[in-house]
Every structure is written in C-alpha cells, then in structure tokens.
Write a protein that binds this ligand. Structure first.
Ligand SMILES: [Mg+2]
Length: 183
C-alpha cells in the first residue's frame, strides 16, 4: 500500500550521502538507478560522477546499475566506470532488483537501492525488501513544468514527511559537505 511508496531516507543528491556511514552500518552493496539519479536523462557521465563511483568502490562496496533504459545508453554512461548493470529492468517488478542482489552475492538487508522515482525505484526496492534512498531528481530546482507523476510524488512526499514511522529508517546518512571533493 502507501508504505511501499515511502523511501527509507530522502536526501538531496547522490553527492550528499555518507557512504562510509552506510558501510559502517553493515551495507555492502549499492544498486543505483541511472537517469536523473546520477546524471540527467540520457547524459554521459562526468568526472565528478566517475570519481564518486570510484570512491564508493574504494570504501569496499559492490555496485550495480539497474536501469529501464537500453544497453547502449548504459554502456555509454559506463565508459570510465567498471560496474555491472541490468538494462530494460522493468521496474518496479522486483525480479531484476533481486537478480542484482544475488549477482553481488549479497542479501537484500545489506544492499541499498538509490533512485529518483517513487513509482519505479522506491516501489520496486520496497517490494524486494531492499532498504532504499530517494534522491531529488536532477533538475528538481529548475523552474521547468513537471508532469503529473512528479506532482503525485510531491503529495506522497508530503505525507511521508509527517510520518515518524517511515522517515529516517537508516539514520543520519546525509552529509552537508559533498564527498566529491575528497580524494
Ligand atoms: Mg531515474
């Protein structure tokens, strides 16, 4: 029901997450959505994102990309990144969420899913029982017209923001200073 639409955490961006803290908490794998989570829809990776991914891997995390986009688009994004992926993932169907977890040889409870959409990313992760983090979609602060789905997401997030039971279920994993400047 509605609780399946609530993320464990809701943060500014992939750059404000404290990945070391996640590791300390026992998480060992991260599954990322691609478009509007790591880069704008269809965009190539950037030096900042390439560095972020390397830093996360250096902490000791296994990574996976799970995208509804096609193989060519994902491989273009992964030009400088060494990371397995599943294309045409058919989110929110749990099948490929669980496949990514099992290919990393991990359990759902020590994997984190990170994405920007409630009805695909968060719903799919919750159905798969993978703890998850919603990030503000890239372009959130642009004054562009948003579609009906984003309006509904805003309503759900308003309800979520008042729910003590479902908010901050991982706990204190956002940092103010961006990790991207660290070596
Ligand atoms: Mg996305």
């Amino acid at each position: 029901m509605l609780k399946n639409l609530f993320p464990y955490e809701y943060v500014e961006s992939v750059f404000t997450i404290d990945y070391k803290k996640l590791y300390e908490l026992g998480f060992r794998g991260i599954i990322f959505d691609l478009d509007n989570t790591l880069v704008p829809h269809g965009a190539n990776s950037t030096d900042e994102v390439d560095l972020l991914i390397k830093q996360i891997q250096n902490i000791g995390f296994k990574l996976y990309i799970l995208s509804d986009n096609g193989k060519k688009r994902i491989e273009r994004f992964l030009t400088n990144i060494n990371c397995p992926y599943i294309d045409n993932a058919n989110k929110p169907n749990p099948y490929n969420f669980l496949k990514a977890v099992s290919e990393m040889k991990l359990k759902t409870e020590n994997t984190i899913y990170i994405g920007d959409q409630i009805f695909t990313d968060i719903l799919g992760a919750n159905r798969s029982k993978i703890p998850n983090i919603l990030v503000k979609y890239i372009g959130y602060y642009d004054n562009k017209k948003i579609g009906i789905k984003r309006h509904i997401e805003k309503i759900i997030l308003k309800i979520y923001s008042k729910s003590k039971k479902y908010k901050n279920r991982i706990g204190n994993i956002e940092i103010k200073e961006e990790i991207k400047n660290e070596q």
